[in-house]
Design a binder for this molecule. Sequence first.
Ligand code: FPP
Length: 247
Amino acid sequence: MKSDPKIQVPDGLDLNAIPTHVAFIMDGNGRWAKKRLMNRVKGHEQGAQTVKEVVTACRELGIDVLTLYAFSTENWARPKEEVKALMYLLKRFLRNETEELREKDIRLNIMGQIERLPDDVRKEAEQAMAATEKNSAMILNLAISYGAREEITRAVQQIAAKIRSGALDDKDITDKTISDHLYTAGMPDPDLIIRTSAEFRLSNFLMWQAAYSELAFTPTLWPDFTRQEFYQILIDYQQRDRRFGKV
Ligand code: FPP
C-alpha cells in the first residue's frame, strides 16, 4: 500500500522501502505502572493508547500488515483480576475503534483461540471483524489467546484430518501447506518484529513466520513507545542487509 502523502516523516526514512509486515511484542506495561506506584492495569490502559498511535502510524506509512501480540495463551495464568481487566480493555478497544478502523480502511483479524474468550469479548471481536472484512488498505492482526505452539499444533491437526479424509496426500505437504494452515494464512511473513522493554525473547510469538524476520529490541516500556522511536527503528531496519540465507 502507498503511504499517506500528507505524513511528516523524519529525514532518513525511505518511504519506498517500508516493510510489508511489522509485528510487535508489546511488553512492559506492568513495569511502567510499577515505576509509578500504580496498579498494573493502569499500565495496560496506557498501553492501549500506544496501540492506537502505532496503528495510525502504520496505516500512514503504508504498511500492509500489522500484528500485535495482545494476549498470549500463557497470559490466562495471570491473576484473575488482571485477566479480567485485559479482557475489558480488549472489548473496549474493539467496540470503540471499529468505526475508526472502517474509516481508515483497516481490516481487523483476530488470531488465536477466539473460542476461549468470554462471550461478550468474542461477540465484539466477531462483529468488529465482520464490520471491517471488506477493508483493504491494511490488515491489523490482533493476537489474542495466541501462542505459536498452539497455532502449529492446530495446523498439524487440520493437515492430519485432510490426509485422513483423503483430501491431501502426505507427499504433497510443503512449507506452504503449513503456512496455509496458520492464523496468518495468505499473509506475508513479518519483515520486522519489534519487542519493547528490554526482553530478548520471542515468547511463543509467530515462531514459524519469524524464520527470516529482522528482530529489533528497545528498552522503552510499551506505554512510553512513540512514533518517533518507531521511525528510528524503521530507519535502522532499512540499513540492514537481508540475505535470506543467500550470499
Ligand atoms: C505485556 O506487558 C503486555 C501484555 C500482556 C498485554 C498487552 C496489552 C495491551 C498493550 C493493552 C490492550 C491491548 C489492546 C489491543 C487494546 P506486561 O504486563 O507483561 O509487562 P511487565 O513485563 O512489565 O509486567
